[in-house]
Design a protein around this ligand. Structure first.
Ligand SMILES: [Zn+2]
Length: 236
């Protein structure tokens, strides 16, 4: 019988974990630094978002304040751009970058950018998959360990379900990278940010993008671990 210990699990989990911690610390330090750097034009994140939206003809997309730290997001269903208090109220380089990034998602929505729609469609399946798949997998895995062959089918079903969560993290990558690309382009071409203010925006947005890469790597590691467990069990 094959029952790998924690060590094997760590081998699969470690790359995502290390990358995740590194990305988080980079986001925090970049945000801490550039949320204290005032932008020359003295616009709050809310004002930056509003002026960029208007410039793109997106008058009907509203900008709202939402609670939480770095909880900023674009809600395509209600066409609302929600900004965290720090971003909404502060006239900093970091706030401008984050507001413009969320604005980038609104632009993707307007342009019918396919990965954004695919990502939205995957949200329920991915949530279901990431919550239930590990339990279904473990139940199936233990059943086959105790000699019940149908456990294999259940465990593979868990793997397939978890695959949806992995696909979600992969589809998220082009969506997030593209939103930041649009944000940088808009901020510099509109003259919202001037001089070397773009350096701060690049630092904040690139660090944030890295957290999505880390999430994808962690999900792939977990999927590979499940597959390895089942493959290893079958050999015996
Ligand atoms: Zn985003």
């Amino acid at each position: 019988m094959f029952f790998p210990g924690y060590f094997t699990y760590f081998l699969f989990a470690l790359p995502g974990l290390i990358l995740g911690l590194w990305a988080q610390s980079r986001v925090k330090s970049a945000y801490k630094k550039y949320s204290k750097v005032p932008m020359a034009r003295n616009l709050t994140g809310a004002q930056v978002a509003r002026s960029l939206l208007d410039a793109q003809g997106l008058y009907d997309v509203t900008v709202e304040e939402t609670q939480g730290f770095l909880s900023d997001h674009y809600d395509p269903r209600h066409r609302v751009l929600r900004l965290s208090p720090d971003v909404y109220r502060s006239p900093s380089v970091a706030a401008a970058g984050i507001a413009a990034h969320e604005m980038g998602h609104a632009l993707q929505h307007k342009a019918g950018y396919a990965p954004l729609h695919l990502r939205s469609a995957l949200v329920p399946a991915a949530q279901f998959g990431s919550n239930l798949a590990p339990m279904i997998f473990m139940a199936g895995f233990l059943l086959q360990v105790f000699g019940l062959a149908f456990g294999y089918a259940i465990a593979w079903f868990g793997v397939a379900l978890f695959g949806l969560a992995v696909i979600f993290t992969l589809v998220t990558l082009p969506v997030e990278f593209d939103a930041s690309r649009r944000a940088k382009q808009l901020l510099s071409s509109s003259g919202t940010l001037i001089g070397n203010e773009m350096v701060g925006v690049n630092k904040v947005l690139d660090a944030a993008a890295l957290t999505y890469v880390a999430a994808a790597v962690a999900a792939i590691g977990q999927l590979l671990y499940y597959v390895m467990l089942l493959g290893g069990g079958r050999r015996n």
